[in-house]
Design a binder for this molecule. Structure first.
Ligand code: HEC
Ligand code: HEC
Length: 281
């Protein structure tokens, strides 16, 4: 009895030790960063046959657009060319508010406005995971800002969610779709920015890359133009395998190779939320 009792005590102590709490946080961060958050979709360099995995997070895609000419930063732990010198507080400020360590506003292609909603726990988890990324030395070109960078925040995503709000399935789905910045790609751009209020999920964004040109599709609940007439399984297959309802293959930058690891419960929540997006014809 005594021996069993003390063994249980020892196990209890191990389970609640700071070390295992930390490794749970890292695991959660790994799940988010390499899944729904698709950080590597921008921050990992790409070669002719896709992402260069052994250089993961060492600096990625470049954009030259009217508001900026930038390259996705090296976010490995290298102190000189990566983010090894950022403190946790500075990283939080960058991720949620879009302000860099040197005080500059990050280019608005970095979806920081979509991370304002991130729960404190998930933000801690992302940072805990980033700390485990091995340093890779790779200096990316300095950013050029051609105008003041804004920090657009999607409606409903203005402040951090609590774990309690996430117990509602549709709210959980909204949370996941927001941090995944799905609607940033799937909502048309108007003169005042993304038209979330009037055209949420209507599609129309153009993306050019080695795949040619892809145009984001209507993912509102419209039965004829959107995904309102699709089954749950068809929606999940499009998200996680990149296969449309008619069986055709989808192109990047739709992040299906990242979404492949999204859990069944999270996928259910995403579908539950997408069903509530008003139809756009
Ligand atoms: C759509 C592309 C895109 C996605 C997705 C993205 N980023 Fe970025 N990120 C960028 C670009 C581009 C920059 C550089 C902007 C600049 O220099 O102003 C950047 C900058 C950063 C910086 C600032 C580093 C520095 O140079 O000071 C950090 C940290 C960062 N991203 C982390 C992340 C993390 C973590 C994720 C996932 C949660 C993520 N990013 C998702 C494009 C992206
Ligand atoms: C970086 C931009 C980007 C992000 C982020 C993104 N998508 Fe997409 N998505 C696209 C593009 C572009 C296509 C069309 C690809 C093609 O035509 O080959 C697409 C296609 C789709 C389709 C297929 C629709 C059809 O008619 O076949 C669905 C469903 C979808 N996305 C849902 C989502 C969801 C849900 C998320 C977030 C978890 C998401 N997307 C995030 C760009 C994006």
């Amino acid at each position: 009895m005594i021996r069993i009792g003390s063994l249980a005590l020892v196990i209890g102590a191990v389970l609640s030790s700071p070390v295992s709490a930390q490794s749970e946080l890292v695991e959660r961060g790994d799940y988010l960063v390499n899944g729904i958050l698709t950080c590597g979709n921008c921050h990992t360099p790409k070669g002719p046959s896709g992402e260069i995995r052994d250089k993961a997070f060492s600096g990625g895609t470049s954009w030259d657009q009217p508001p900026f000419k930038v390259t996705a930063s090296n976010i490995t732990q290298d102190k000189e060319t990566g983010i090894g010198n950022y403190t946790d507080a500075e990283l939080k400020q960058l991720l949620r508010k879009g302000v860099k360590r040197n005080g500059a506003r990050v280019a608005m292609i970095m979806p920081s406005g979509f991370y304002e909603i991130m729960t404190d726990r998930d933000l801690d988890a992302v940072i805990a995971y980033l700390r485990t990324i091995k340093p890779i030395r790779n200096a990316v070109p300095e950013p050029v800002y051609k105008m003041a960078q804004e920090h657009p925040v999607p409606p409903g995503g203005e402040s951090p969610y609590t774990e309690a709000v996430l117990s509602d399935k549709v709210q959980q789905g909204f949370y996941l779709v927001t941090i995944a910045h799905c609607m940033e790609c799937h909502t048309p751009m108007g003169p005042q920015g993304r038209e979330f209020a009037t055209s949420m999920g209507a599609g129309g964004g153009k993306f050019t890359g080695p795949w040619g040109v892809s145009v984001s599709r209507n993912i509102s609940s419209s039965k004829t133009k959107g995904i309102g007439g699709w089954t749950d399984d068809e929606i999940k297959r499009a998200i996680t395998q990149g296969v449309s309802k008619d069986g055709s293959k989808l192109n990047p930058p739709m992040g299906f190779h990242y979404y492949a690891t999204v859990s069944a419960a999270d996928l259910d929540a995403i579908v539950a939320y997408l069903r509530t997006v008003p139809p756009k014809e």
